[in-house]
Design a protein around this ligand. Structure first.
Ligand code: FUL
Length: 471
């Protein structure tokens, strides 16, 4: 261990950890959420059959008629793609409920599917358990069907529906409140009781993380392209803001607030197809494995999570084209990050904590005189035992201690001279940096500015397919 550690020369002080500034911290549920990294979104409902994106809520419930719905197939595909969860549109803007809610007359119960006895949420929540996937639910506050929408009574309806979800289909890992908002069937706009909604969820299921434009737990990344800000703070100021029209500007949601008061990390949602719902004419427009990998680099690689929508077709199955693209993406990701060149070269300190690691973790904590010290790395050198061709370096920050790194630089050397230099601002849970490949023997990470202590918890290096690197 110590021998390995010698491979990392610390340029500056090794100091005891002391919080310079009190940073907002994630809750344990948010911390666990960060580790889910990549999961699937499922848009499924009447729109699948009417070929719409936003149903009006006036469609007959009968249009919902999958011929071979199989939630286990969704789970199999998700697992094979390396996704760790599924979030399903339990109710989209058309108000149609994929479960037989007693608060609505526009549900699976009113459809002919399984003679009105079907329940997509039951099938999916059960399948997720079987396949070891977390289960999440999207529920649109905007409801174009419900007669009470636009009146105070609708708040009771929405709360009642959420109670049904938690009581009958839990545990629910993530709850998604969509910010889109328009008029109800009565021509009215709703005044949402967000406070009550939140209290309801906290009471029924404290472990559920709630997503909306502004959290309270997870924020929208400000676009539907699946791309986080290159600078991405896990902090956001939300006092006085609300989901929807009253949310902060999209570019703020994209980067977060550097000095924000709350820990509200970004989730990047994007569809594998042009639309959110399945449309046959888009069968040839499924994103390629390469495109999906690029999105992964621009979401997860910037410290956010990736929520990739894969809409089942009219059979109720994930289409073959989407499945193939997902398989290709998984392969590309595995191949790219399969060999950590630092690990293979055995040049780094083997990190001893397991709580945040996924195998590519290196430096932190130093056992000295039988006491455990955390080290403030400041700047550090990684020396490779032999020259290696590299075009990707991954940094990880100990986010359970906050997000402190504000500015960093990595200078790569080939033993004689500097061959590459890259820089950035935020690190966060994971920062994947790519650059034109170079053969190097060492690199130095300069942590040039930080808010609290520098919390680098991991460093690894790879040679990925050159076409995916940022030039
Ligand atoms: C938006 C909705 O209007 C879209 O239909 C889709 O559900 C997307 C994920 O969120 O706000």
């Amino acid at each position: 261990m110590r021998k390995l550690f010698a491979c990392i020369a610390l340029l500056f002080s090794v100091s005891l950890m002391s919080q310079k500034t009190k940073l907002p911290l994630p809750t344990k549920y948010q911390l666990a959420w960060h580790e889910q990294e990549f999961y699937l979104f499922i848009h499924f409902g009447p729109n699948t059959f009417t070929n719409k994106e936003w149903g009006h809520g006036d469609e007959e419930a009968e249009v919902f008629s999958p011929t071979a719905l199989d939630c286990r197939q969704w789970c199999r595909v998700a697992r094979a793609a390396g996704a760790k969860a599924i979030i399903v549109t339990a109710k989209h803007h058309d108000g149609f409920c994929l479960w037989p809610s007693k608060f609505s007359a526009h549900t699976v119960r009113e459809s002919k599917w399984k003679n009105g006895k079907g329940d997509v949420l039951k099938e999916l929540s059960t399948a997720c358990k079987e396949y070891g996937l977390k289960f999440g639910v999207y529920i649109s506050p905007w409801d174009r069907n419900h007669p009470d929408y636009g009146t105070e009574k609708y708040n009771d309806v929405f709360v009642g529906m959420m109670k049904e979800l938690f009581q009958n289909y839990g545990p629910i890992w993530e709850l998604w409140w969509d910010g889109a908002n328009g008029e109800g069937p009565n021509g009215k706009r709703q005044v949402y009781d967000w406070k009550r909604y939140k209290e309801t969820v906290r009471k029924l299921s404290p472990s559920t993380v709630i997503f909306s434009d502004v959290g309270p737990d997870i924020r929208w990344c400000g676009n539907e392209n699946g791309i986080a800000g290159e600078t991405n703070w896990n902090y956001l100021d939300t006092d006085g803001f609300e989901p929807g029209a009253k949310a902060p500007k999209q570019d703020i949601l994209n980067t977060g607030n550097a000095e924000g008061k709350y820990w509200i990390p970004a989730e990047c949602d994007v569809s594998i197809r042009p639309g959110w719902f399945y449309h046959k004419e888009e069968d040839s427009q499924v994103k390629s494995p390469e495109k999906l990998f690029e999105l992964y680099l621009k979401s997860v690689g910037r410290g956010a999570n990736l929520l990739l929508n894969v809409p089942p077709d009219r059979r109720g199955l994930i289409n073959e084209n989407d499945e193939a693209a997902l398989q290709g993406f998984k392969k590309l990701k595995d191949e790219s990050f399969g060999i950590n060149l630092l690990k293979q070269a055995n040049t780094y300190y083997q990190f001893t904590r397991n709580d945040l690691t996924d195998g590519d973790i290196s430096v932190k904590t130093l056992d000295k005189d039988s006491k455990t010290y955390s080290i403030n790395l400041q700047n550090f050198i990684v020396e490779l035992p032999q020259a290696a061709k590299v075009n990707c370096i991954v940094l990880r920050e100990a986010i359970h201690k906050g997000q402190s790194i504000r500015k960093f630089k990595i200078v790569m050397n080939n033993g004689e001279k500097v061959v590459r230099e890259i820089s950035g601002s935020s690190v966060g849970r994971k920062r994947i940096l790519t650059f034109s490949s170079a053969t190097i023997t060492s690199f130095t990470v300069y942590l040039e500015d930080s808010k609290g202590d520098d919390n680098i918890i991991g460093v690894s290096a790879y040679l990925i397919d050159e076409k995916h690197v940022e030039k």
